[in-house]
Design a protein around this ligand. Sequence first.
Ligand code: GLN
Length: 533
Amino acid sequence: MNTKYIFVTGGVTSSLGKGIIASSIGKLLQSRGYRVTIQKFDPYINIDSGTLNPYEHGECYVTVDGHETDLDLGHYERFLSIETHKPNCVTTGRIYQSVIDKERRGDYLGKTVQIIPHITDEIKRRMLFLGESGEYDFVITEIGGVAGDIESLPFLESVRQLKWELGADCINVHLTYVPYLAAAGELKTKPTQHSVKKLQELGIQPDVLILRTEHDIPDDVRAKVSLFCNVKREAVIQSRDVPSIYMVPVRMHAQGLDTVILRKLGIDPEQTSCNLTIWNRFLNMMQSTVQEVHIGIVGKYVELQDAYKSISEALLHASVYNGRKLKLHYIHSGSIDSENVESKLCGLNGVVVAPGFGQRATEGKFAALKYTREHNIPTFGICLGMQCMVIEFARNVLGYTDANSTELDEHTLHNVIDIMESQKSVTTKGGTMRLGAYRCSLVQGSLAASAYGKVEVCERHRHRYEFNNDYRENFEKNGMVVTGLNPELGLVEIVELPLHKWYLGTQFHPEYSSTVENPHPLFKSFIAAAMKK
Ligand code: GLN
């Protein structure tokens, strides 16, 4: 079978959940035994997501090969339990950078370099790249932005050309919005019609329409959309709001989205059947949980919950597998001080101290950690959160009252967290942190080793600073022990307080590798401890 290409575009407005729809299509095809990958093409000029503000864009997701990407890649991995890599995330910036590099090298000597064909050829090359490896039956490509945006025009032009060139091996699934006007008591299809017209003007006829809606779309409304948009009635699918994103694949399957897609691509859907056993088991567990577990996330980006997407999803996976309903409490670290910390944290079963950058709002993290350490509340520090655990311990147990990270106070006399040797010569910001998966050896008998059930693991990183090994002996003598080390470089990866119920910090980001079908062992162990409080 030729590799098939599915392009997912969006219309009317952003934030309709294209990433969830792309992931759901991927899940359904995967559950029929096909090999699937998903990639995202984003229309901004940044080379990658590493330099974007989490308040605007949500979290930066990191792939095993150390690429800083859009958070949608997190959904792809969590839904499909696949690994994505650098080629799965492409931005306008990356496209232009390679075209301009080629121009300077002389690859186009004598030619005027233009958006069409040079930029679009580069886009098409990358859209086909993963498919050409022979490793996939389906390559799903999510196009960021909304049809009609100036920025996404070269991407949509490339989709048009590929639809023409690939013929029956390529389809477009277009996601739009059908608003409900309460005053008129009506669902309105006009925005969808306009959005499809926009695509048609660009030369793309959608093959499948997915209508995002808050109300059920009656048959006559679907028939109208079908007629006005040249899309067959059975290929007009509704995506009504559901309590959990993980219900979307099942809802899509119930309306035959996978069969419609297979038929459009010339594949007989009767040849395979959808096996969602593990997925449905997860959904059943999730829906039958009654007892709650209350977890606080202490961080400075709490205004936009997408800033901690992978952490909140990992906590959800772990709670479901522990038979608990997750109740998350986002607590701004800037609002915590030693006076109010009790009232902010006392009802919680466990506390996560979040990753982050820069000095602002870190003192609240220290206040939170002092409280959870002294009150034996299960606590999980991730990256900056782990570094804060180390600093708080140095200040309040080792007695180094000015202890700090040189990221937060350059002049501290007790630099218990310090810039990594390899980072000292780094002068540019983009893509220069310690990124991606590195090995970590665990100490036998530690909390970490018992959670993982093994002593060699590999986890993803995104940081410049590290535990200062000069202080290690002093920490260990006083009760904070190192239980995970990078075997090649001796960098500290995990610290624990063995006398505490569950107090563990990781320099790496375990949240990136938790999936619906493989919840992360550290999160599972953390929630299990939180349940006992
Ligand atoms: N700012 C810290 C560092 O660079 C922690 C980074 C993080 O939390 N991802 O080391």
